[in-house]
Design a protein around this ligand. Structure first.
Ligand code: ZN
Length: 258
């Protein structure tokens, strides 16, 4: 099943993709007990929203060996966690806004996980069963501010710095998924989840011993090697095998969003 979120007649709905052009509306998010209605609506690129509504966005840094090395960091012995605010969410097709405070904004294509049921002090097996589905995430990062601040909050937290979508795919196993990032069509990152330092089930279990993971929470699982800059006028695509392509334009914060 592919779950999307869209605006229809001024109201935001979660919906199931019936085909590329049609969706069936839900009463609420499926991970919050929503059920399918009998209403079919057309899917248009300009009404698609990020297909998530998380209470938190919990991310892991340096979860691919080659990426840790390219930034001159050691591979961590425990997962390195940080949060992005839900206000940073951006839908497919919307524009990433380059903030004036940064001279170096970079893409980080990643696999996103949507939590289906509450996880607290979980085992890896329990964590696997609590996954609702998978999506594409671009963990946009102001690299200069990340280095300057040490803390990640500002560098990772600007509005529009968390594009997600285009859908949440429920019928996938995450152990060997390709994740590819392209800028203006040229491949910048080409990784595979089998190369993660901390595999997804272990990562979720580790996180759940720190904070309760709630249904709908978005977990962002780290980026492979090849991160690089984004500039005004770029188009950045994050593709997760089996999910689809998340595509966003890049503009100056002062420029009108397209
Ligand atoms: Zn990242």
């Amino acid at each position: 099943m592919r779950v999307i979120r869209l605006s229809h007649s001024g109201i935001n709905y979660f919906a199931r993709l019936v085909d590329d052009a049609t969706a069936q509306l839900w009463t609420a998010a499926p991970w919050l007990g929503g059920t399918e209605t009998d209403r079919l609506v057309p899917v248009r690129s300009d009404t698609l929203l990020a297909p998530v509504a998380p209470s938190k966005i919990l991310c892991v840094g340096r979860n691919y060996r080659a990426h840790a090395q390219e930034l001159g960091n050691d591979v961590p012995t425990e997962p390195l966690l940080f949060l992005k605010p839900p206000s940073s969410l951006l839908g497919p097709g919307a524009s990433i806004a380059l903030p004036p405070q940064s001279a170096r904004v970079e893409h980080e294509g990643e696999v996103g996980i949507v939590i289906g049921s509450e996880l607290r002090n979980a085992t890896a097996d329990q964590a696997r069963k609590a996954i609702f589905g998978f999506t594409c995430v671009n963990d946009v990062t102001a690299r200069d501010l990340q280095k300057k601040d040490v803390q990640f909050t500002r560098a990772k937290g600007f509005d529009t710095f968390c594009p997600v979508g285009p859908c949440v795919e429920t019928d996938l196993t995450p152990d060997s998924l390709r994740v590819i990032t392209r800028v203006n069509g040229a491949v910048r990152q080409d990784g595979n989840t089998r190369d993660m330092v901390f595999p997804i089930d272990e990562l979720l279990a580790f996180m759940s011993h720190i904070m309760t993971l709630a249904p709908g929470d978005l977990i962002v699982t780290g980026t492979p090697a090849g991160v690089g800059p984004l500039v005004h006028g770029d188009r950045v695509d994050v593709e997760v095998e089996g999910v689809g392509v998340l595509s966003n334009a890049v503009t100056h914060a002062s420029a009108k969003a397209t």
